[in-house]
Design a protein around this ligand. Sequence first.
Ligand SMILES: NC(=O)c1ccc[n+]([C@@H]2O[C@H](COP(=O)([O-])OP(=O)(O)OC[C@H]3O[C@@H](n4cnc5c(N)ncnc54)[C@H](OP(=O)(O)O)[C@@H]3O)[C@@H](O)[C@H]2O)c1
Length: 204
Amino acid sequence: MKHEPRTWSLAEMPDLAGRTAVVTGPTSGLGTATARELARAGARVVLAGRSPEKLQATASDITAAVPGADLERLVVDLASLASVRTAAGAAARLGPIDLLVNNAGVMATRARRTEDGLDLQMATNHFGHFLLTGLLWPQLVAEGGGRVVSVSSFMHTRARSAPSTTRARHRAATPAGASTRRRSSPTCSSPTSCSAAPRPRALR
Ligand SMILES: NC(=O)c1ccc[n+]([C@@H]2O[C@H](COP(=O)([O-])OP(=O)(O)OC[C@H]3O[C@@H](n4cnc5c(N)ncnc54)[C@H](OP(=O)(O)O)[C@@H]3O)[C@@H](O)[C@H]2O)c1
């Protein structure tokens, strides 16, 4: 699909008083700016990150920029399905959620498997968010107007085939000496149900 950039400015942001927004990866980059500007527009912003210390520092920075910002913190390591489940349980206290910004991400990491047996980058950027979205779904639809924003990259437009179908690329992404056979990408039929061949631990 052709990438059609559209300009947008903060001036177009509506008043968000009374709204709740969850932002993953708020401790740097786009996530910090997103959380700060949502708070400036009046939203209650839930800072969802893996480091309590960084969340504290980010909350302080945002409060310095937006005095009176309504901030909450939610600890979640998106590379751990167990952590996502724990965080989603803790998020029940938030009530209805109007906006979930799935922003956290890592890129071009060295080949590494998570505790669930997933590729680290796919686990962080995709599967963790997929599970989080599914578990928060009842709160997102509670008032009929919830939105989910997935921050991504237009780099996917350069892909000519799915990674798992390209043998050479697949080998390059696998640690030296490790078998590349039977390592297909996990598939998810619903936000809370994923499987793979071989099936990763705990992904169901
Ligand atoms: N910047 C770009 O040019 C660009 C281009 C295309 C797409 N993107 C996408 O835009 C998003 C934000 O990019 P950025 O450049 O702002 O990123 P960034 O500055 O590197 O920040 C990434 C955020 O993700 C968090 N994170 C990483 N692993 C995590 C995990 N396992 N659990 C929870 N949080 C985790 C980091 O938390 P810690 O502080 O704890 O590490 C940090 O808050 C990403 O999804 C990225 O793929 C960015």
